[in-house]
Design a protein around this ligand. Structure first.
Ligand code: GDP
Length: 294
């Protein structure tokens, strides 16, 4: 994960470690390399500039010039700034409510259905009774896919293959959950290949009708800066509560993980690192910063 970014950041920091004398000038040069590494990883220019300005200010402010181990000090500063950029503290999803309702949104192919299965398993392991609701009315295969995943993780799936109204399926699903004493309902919705008005209207209507306790926006981390733009569009419309970054097992460059929180002002709550149901982790900004720095 993020091998390129890790190696470039480390090269930049090593240059400073190798200097006999630390000066304003070589700190500035190192920080410039850090900025370049971030931008190469698809971090938005403004975000990269803002964070490297902070790193420079911290570095010079902390008297890195007279530090015994300036390289080590810089590693710590970069680590702390990356952690802050990604939101600082871990943020949990809100599962209050009877039942709690989690709405899953995102583009087609982002990994929504896979994530819904994983989240169901995660919540079930935490000791709660979960129901999955299949609201993708456009892709009949999506219902079957969710049923297969549900079976795999031992969670019931509510579906109405003949019903073409996502709002009523979601409402009926929640009603069913209530009747069956389920504590959490996960509503998997349809996604299109690109953001379009009809899709946004549909999911906004579902939100309005079921008033979810938590809306999670799922995004493919491999799509770089597009991931951040899509997140902005969904957030403007849905005001979601958290982000799920998928496909971090691929060769994502890191830009989405680093920029999304800062640009959209919503925390990343989960990361998905594979197709298997176990490949799900809660998102810890400090652990991710450590992984990025290698
Ligand atoms: P949806 O259209 O948003 O519901 O997306 P799907 O859940 O069907 O996922 C699209 C494809 O991506 C499927 O082939 C999944 O197996 C795959 N996928 C989902 N999440 C991950 C992940 O974290 N890593 C990898 N490598 N593949 C994933």
């Amino acid at each position: 994960m993020f091998e390129n970014l890790s190696s470039k950041l480390n090269t930049a920091i090593r240059t400073l470690k190798g200097q006999g004398r630390i000066t304003d000038v070589n700190v500035a040069a190192t920080v410039k390399e850090i900025r370049k590494a971030l931008m190469d990883a698809d971090v938005n220019y403004k975000v990269a500039k803002e964070i490297t300005d902070k790193i420079k200010e911290e570095a010079l402010g902390q008297k890195i010039l007279i530090a015994v181990e300036p390289g080590q000090m810089l590693v710590k500063i970069v680590h702390d700034e990356l952690t802050g950029l990604m939101g600082g503290e871990k943020k949990d999803i809100n599962l209050k409510g009877d039942p709690a309702v989690v709405l899953i949104a995102g583009l087609q192919g982002s990994g929504k259905t896979t994530f819904s299965g994983k989240l169901a398993q995660h919540i079930k392991k935490g000791g709660r009774n979960v129901l999955l609701v299949a609201c993708d009315i456009y892709r009949p295969a999506a219902i079957d896919q969710l049923k297969v995943l549900g079976e795999q993780v031992g969670v019931e799936v509510y579906a109405e293959p003949e019903n073409k109204n996502a709002v009523s399926i979601a409402q009926n699903g929640i009603e069913y959950a209530r009747k069956m004493g389920k504590k959490v309902v996960i509503v998997d919705t349809a996604g299109r290949l690109a953001v379009d008005e009809a899709m946004m209207n549909e999911i906004a209507a579902v939100k309005e009708a079921i008033k979810p306790t938590e809306i999670l926006f799922v995004v493919d981390s491999m799509t770089g800066q597009d991931a951040v733009n899509t997140a902005k569009t969904f957030n403007d419309r849905l005001n979601f509560d958290g982000v799920v970054l998928t496909k971090l097992d691929g060769d994502a460059r890191g830009g989405a993980a680093l920029s999304i929180r800062h640009v959209v002002e919503k925390p990343i709550k989960f990361i998905s690192t594979g197709e298997k149901m176990e490949a799900l982790d809660q998102f810890y900004p400090d652990r991710m910063a450590s992984r990025i720095l290698g």
